[in-house]
Design a binder for this molecule. Structure first.
Ligand SMILES: CC(=O)N[C@H](C=O)[C@@H](O)[C@H](O)[C@H](O)COP(=O)(O)O
Length: 228
């Protein structure tokens, strides 16, 4: 059975290269270039959304890929790899790891079991995107390979804050026996160092590196009082 330490023998930074259809950088070519830039500078892995981007990135760089598929299902709040269809597509695209929602909503902690099993039977590891400490513990019990704090702040009952959820990273890192991935709203190298020092084995940074429109708006906001 493959383990996370086989896939990522060293700990480090994983860069999330994602641009949805409405975003300016949407497209496999652009995301592959983003991934190349990230790997050139020392990223140990890439997280990305959708089969075309997974395939383009795997052609471009030689580091493990965490694949997910964002899909909106009417009437459901679960959008990160919601069903077995997406899991199958990610396995076919040959991502080494599948990221999926493991939150305590809509009976997900039960319905996600066959998705985890499908991936594992095909030698693909599973990253659980969770939003609270309890969900992290539940994810470990479900047999996932590592846990990301990705959805903290994105479920109505989780901590809402501007920066990374360092408390969650720290509590989970102390209590679970699988690696914890710090992910979500890590905007600065200082945030990344704090996440690492809180006990995370891996740190995922997305928007702060790969979403120029969001980066720009932070700078615009910072100088918005120029003419006062
Ligand atoms: C909540 C959600 O949909 N998160 C997504 C999960 O894949 C991505 O849109 C984020 O960019 C990713 O988690 C990295 O986080 P940040 O971009 O904050 O560094």
């Amino acid at each position: 059975m493959t383990r996370i330490s086989d896939i990522f023998p060293v700990k480090g930074l994983i860069v999330s290269c994602q641009a949805l259809e409405h975003e300016p950088l949407h497209g496999g070519d652009t995301m592959a270039k983003m991934a190349r830039a990230a790997v050139q500078s020392g990223a140990i892995g890439i997280r990305t959304n959708g089969v075309p981007d997974i395939v383009a990135i795997k052609k471009e760089v030689n580091v493990p890929v965490i694949g997910l598929i964002k899909r909106d299902i009417p009437g459901s709040a679960i959008f990160i790899t919601p069903t077995l269809d997406e899991v199958k597509a990610i396995v076919s695209a040959k991502a080494e790891i599948i990221a999926l929602d493991v939150t305590n909503r809509e009976e997900r902690l039960e319905s996600v079991k066959p998705l985890i099993e499908y991936a594992h039977l095909r030698g693909v590891l599973v990253m659980a995107d969770i939003s609270t400490f309890e969900e992290g513990l539940a994810a470990e019990k479900l047999g996932v390979d590592f846990i990301g704090t990705t959805l903290s702040g994105y479920t109505p009952y989780s901590t809402q804050q501007e920066g990374p959820d360092l408390v969650l990273i720290q509590e989970l890192s102390k209590l679970v026996n699988i690696p914890v991935v710090a992910e979500g709203r890590i905007w600065t190298p200082e945030d990344a160092a704090k996440a690492k020092n809180a006990g995370a084995s891996y740190v995922v940074v997305g928007s702060a590196i790969t979403r120029p429109q969001l980066i720009t708006s932070r700078y615009v906001k910072a100088v918005s009082n120029f003419n006062d």
